[in-house]
Design a protein around this ligand. Structure first.
Ligand SMILES: Cc1cc2nc3c(=O)[nH]c(=O)nc-3n(C[C@H](O)[C@H](O)[C@H](O)COP(=O)(O)OP(=O)(O)OC[C@H]3O[C@@H](n4cnc5c(N)ncnc54)[C@H](O)[C@@H]3O)c2cc1C
Ligand SMILES: NC(=O)c1ccc[n+]([C@@H]2O[C@H](COP(=O)([O-])OP(=O)(O)OC[C@H]3O[C@@H](n4cnc5c(N)ncnc54)[C@H](OP(=O)(O)O)[C@@H]3O)[C@@H](O)[C@H]2O)c1
Length: 450
């Protein structure tokens, strides 16, 4: 490294944080040092804790991130939460620039009566639970009722529906947590009803995920032909749609012709239907739905209502960013206000906290590159505020924060893979803070926050 490298703190080690780190370290002519900070002791964000465990090929994108982490100038500080262990002002003081890539840490609400009943869950919580996020392992999902309802027509809704429908044989080779595998295997769920407020043409999901539904070993996929009858506007929209949307509709049309094979579980897809209320005395016992019609592409309720019994509801209507103390935040969009990733010279954003909770892993690469280009432009134009250059490690040591370095994460990784190997699984995740910090060689009792 040169004597005066540009020192950047990247907050968040998901795809956006890693792609930003990669772009910074690859910058021409400007030596850069990057400290990637994450509140968790483990990197990769939603690649580890969001992507469905039965999609190991997608999780394997982490290999690209490992290569970035191996580059000179890269450091990882896990188990350090910005806003709790260190403030934005303290980072801004120490680094030439701070880049936020903290994702969208909570869920959007439906705003309907009964939403807070026991048994009404945000997708965020269920996904984090089956993936082993250490903040979500105490949750108990009652899967004993015959019908589970998933609200939303995005890929996360399909992940949840599919996970609920996987057989023991399909779950076994994955890194789903043990309690989640046991709960799904023992579930009394027979029907997983996926409810979309608009039509099949307007659904947000993508063909690979829709196609997978038809391949499940233990679940039928059921679509009523009447649900696929399109109004004139949707016909026109379909004709003008990209091939992905056409492929989605082809899959659905195929499903509508199928005779159920009598599998133990069924995924039923319904369209033009919105939840009006979750019903029940203290816990979810049913759902009231209303039929919608499309008006100028929007779902508008008709008077046609019905109530269905169900025991659990997953609200999968999108993730939402969370405000960080000392950093601007737009309540409406749940993002940090920015232009092309620049919040102000010296402070930047990338990924879901920059543009909102949409886009696949790869989308964050271009997004992070755009932000990094502006950061480097500001550095060249000498617009970055002055910094002390003081090492973050010193501050963390003073505060007794048991931070986890990249080598410590590698110890966790090795440990998890070792547990998985004899069982033919990619890894068995450690999912409590104590287990993770112990595997990282941290003395759990020494951390005042644990
Ligand atoms: C359930 C689910 C499944 C998905 N499956 C796929 C898929 O199969 N294929 C695909 O291409 N895309 C998938 N995606 C989309 C993909 O995961 C996202 O595009 C991507 O993860 C967004 O990257 P990010 O870095 O902005 O956020 P994240 O991945 O959420 O990373 C944010 C990181 O910031 C950290 N952080 C948050 N707050 C703080 C703080 N205060 N201090 C320090 N660290 C903090 C978090 O711990 C986290 O590690 C999926 C998304 C979801 C929700
Ligand atoms: N395998 C994969 O590649 C994969 C897996 C998971 C996630 N991802 C990606 O991660 C991103 C986030 O996924 P996501 O599923 O959380 O979000 P999403 O793609 O934005 O889908 C959200 C869904 O919720 C619906 N919705 C929103 N508000 C609603 C309301 N009040 N009532 C009823 N329905 C409502 C939306 O319908 P409207 O369209 O009508 O608003 C939409 O169908 C997406 O880009 C997704 O592709 C990818």
């Amino acid at each position: 490294m040169s004597e005066n490298p540009l020192r950047v703190a990247v907050v968040g080690s998901g795809p956006a944080g890693f792609y930003a780190a990669g772009a910074l370290l690859a910058s021409d002519g400007q030596p850069v040092e990057v400290d990637v900070i994450d509140r968790l002791p483990t990197p990769w964000g939603l690649v580890r804790l969001g992507v469905a465990p039965d999609h190991p090929n997608i999780k394997a994108v982490s290999r690209a991130f490992e290569k970035i982490a191996a580059q000179p100038g890269f450091r990882f500080f896990g188990n350090v939460e910005v806003g709790r262990d260190v403030t934005h002002a303290e980072l801004a003081e120490r680094y030439d620039a701070v880049l936020y890539a903290v994702g969208a840490q909570t869920d959007r609400q439906l705003g309907i009566p009964g939403e807070k009943l026991a048994g009404s869950w945000p997708a965020t919580a269920f996904v984090a639970w089956y993936n082993g996020h250490p903040d979500f392992q105490e949750l108990e999902f009652d899967l004993s009722h015959e019908r589970a309802v998933v609200i939303g027509n995005g890929n996360v809704a399909l992940d949840i529906a599919r996970m609920l429908a996987l057989t023991p044989g399909e779950l076994d080779p994955t890194d789903t947590t043990e309690p989640a595998i046991e709960a799904i295997n023992a579930a009394g769920v027979k029907e997983i009803l996926v409810v979309g407020r608009r039509g099949p043409v307007q659904a947000a999901w993508t063909p690979v995920e829709v196609g997978e539904l038809g391949e499940l070993a233990g679940a039928d996929v059921i679509v009523e032909p009447a649900d696929l009858e399109l109004d004139e506007a949707s016909e026109a929209e379909l004709a003008a749609s990209p091939p992905t949307v056409k492929r989605n509709v082809e899959y659905l049309r195929d499903y509508a012709t199928r005779t159920p094979r009598g599998h133990p579980r069924a995924i039923r897809l319904r369209f033009l239907t919105s939840p009006v209320a979750l019903l029940g005395d203290g816990k979810v016992e049913g759902i009231e739905l209303v039929r919608n019609e499309l008006v100028d592409g929007r779902a508008v309720p008709t008077g046609q209502r019905e109530a269905l019994t169900c025991g659990i509801v997953f609200r999968s209507v999108g993730y939402r960013g969370v405000e960080l103390p000392g950093v601007p935040f737009d309540e409406g969009s749940g993002t940090i206000p920015n232009v092309g990733g620049r919040i102000a010279p010296g402070t930047y954003a990338a990924g879901w906290i920059k543009r909102g909770p949409s886009g696949v892993i790869g989308t964050n690469k271009k997004d992070a590159a755009e932000t990094v280009a502006l950061l480097l432009e500001d550095a060249r134009a000498r617009l970055l505020p002055p910094s002390t250059g003081e090492d973050l490690e010193r501050l963390l040591a003073e505060r007794g924060v048991a931070h986890v370095l990249y080598g410590d994460w590698e110890a966790i990784d090795l440990h998890e893979r070792g547990l998985g190997e004899p069982r033919g699984r990619p890894r068995v995740k450690l999912c409590t803070w104590d287990e993770l910090l112990a595997a990282a060689g941290r003395n759990v009792g020494s951390d005042p926050r644990v």
